[in-house]
Design a protein around this ligand. Structure first.
Ligand SMILES: NC(=O)c1ccc[n+]([C@@H]2O[C@H](COP(=O)([O-])OP(=O)(O)OC[C@H]3O[C@@H](n4cnc5c(N)ncnc54)[C@H](O)[C@@H]3O)[C@@H](O)[C@H]2O)c1
Length: 354
């Protein structure tokens, strides 16, 4: 059945993948609400821009009057809330924007959603969903074993994860206090096409191709559980369509890798499909740099609840998803070169702790 869906942050990495997925694979009507910060890019949406089921409005979610008006006019069945400041290194250099968008912005979205929800008929109220998209980083760091589950206590460590943890608590409070029908997902590190070049995987691919040093933080032993972005957006649709109100769901890719292993896979894949002209391995470009302050050692997700209760599972292995991603960056230089010629030039971020 066709629903009307607001996607906040729909010009970002995951939001644009969700919008492309919903327009291509469902009958849903989508309104993308995005302020177009440095991370928002409408060129990620050219494939759907011509669809009569897609609309875009440039709005800062902290502008509560605009948020109320937009929700009222569009009359959504679902709000999927992805808009956020999302990069840990940037949160170390400048935490203020994270407090503003991730906390004040989420508050503004919740208030707008609640005002609208209260105006609905009982039947529409029952079917409405506010879906908040969050991260596994709110749970802090794991040592060599164990997994994050829906029961893991919150223990955020960076300004980014603290602001996301706060936003999760606000969403739960709006459910318990006001009855707003919410669902929350906490996912692991995403990767895939249209990923902003400051994040590890695209950064390494692009630096490989440019013949530049590949920066690996510390000894490269930090572990992340990688999730292919198209698997993630299928999980999001599953959760807002069939998830239980008031519940949270962990989303992970069953792909734990150390950062050094990730860089090795990129080098080895490029050695195979786009060898260096001097025939040396791209691994020659690896350089170890000072670790990120407060770098969490390991994140790993147990997504059993989402798999057993709602029937979702990832379709990509780490190797198949990485090959798709690397081929996409090789074939879409225009997209990332345009970003690189703008504000972000691939420089090191996240060293300002004093
Ligand atoms: N990327 C990951 O690996 C990952 C992992 C776990 C959770 N998440 C969460 O998923 C969501 C999306 O992440 P992403 O990687 O796509 O982020 P992103 O940085 O690529 O995109 C964020 C989008 O939000 C928009 N935005 C920022 N501030 C805004 C504001 N004040 N008003 C309106 N729009 C604003 C930006 O313009 C951008 O389009 C975030 O909430 C993030 O915390 C991401």
């Amino acid at each position: 059945m066709s629903k009307k869906i607001i996607v906040t942050g729909g010009a970002g990495f995951i939001g644009s993948a969700l919008v492309r997925h919903l327009i291509s694979n469902s009958e849903h009507i989508v309104l993308n609400v995005d302020a177009l910060t440095y991370a928002g890019n409408l060129s990620s949406l050219v494939f759907v821009a011509g669809s009569d089921r897609y609309q875009f409005q440039q709005i800062d979610i902290c502008d509560s009057a605009k948020v109320v008006e937009t929700i009222k006019n569009f009359e959504p069945d679902v709000i999927t809330h992805l808009a956020a400041e999302s990069h840990v290194d940037r949160s170390i250099d400048g935490p203020g924007a994270f407090i503003q968008t991730n906390l004040v912005g989420t508050f503004s979205m919740l208030n707008g959603a609640l005002e609208y929800w209260r105006s609905l008929s009982a039947e529409k109220q029952r079917d409405f969903r506010f879906h908040h998209i969050s991260t596994d980083e709110v749970f802090g760091a794991l040592s060599d074993d164990g997994f994050f589950t829906e029961e893991t206590p919150y223990d955020p460590r960076s300004p980014y994860s603290a602001s996301k943890a706060g936003s999760d608590h606000l969403v739960q409070a709006w459910y318990h206090t006001y009855g707003l029908p919410v669902v929350i997902t906490n996912c692991s590190n995403n990767y895939g096409p249209f990923h902003f070049p400051e994040k590890l995987i695209p950064l390494v691919i692009i630096k490989c191709l440019a013949g530049e040093p590949l920066p690996v933080y510390g000894t490269g032993s930090n572990v992340r559980d990688w999730l292919y972005v198209d698997d993630h957006v299928r999980a999001l649709q599953t959760v807002f369509e069939t998830g239980a109100v008031g519940n949270s769901y962990m989303v992970g890719g069953n792909s734990e890798r150390t950062n050094l292993e990730v860089v090795h896979v990129i080098c080895d894949t490029l050695d195979r499909i786009r060898p260096r002209t001097d025939k040396l391995s791209y691994r020659e470009q690896i350089t170890f740099v000072a670790d990120r302050p407060g770098h969490d050692f390991r994140y790993a997700i147990d997504a059993t609840k989402l798999q057993t209760e709602l029937g979702w599972k990832p379709l990509e292995t780490f190797e198949s998803g990485m090959e798709k991603t690397i081929r996409w960056y090789l074939e879409n230089r225009d997209w990332w070169e345009a970003i690189q010629s703008g504000e972000y030039q691939g420089e090191r971020l996240g060293l300002k702790t004093a």
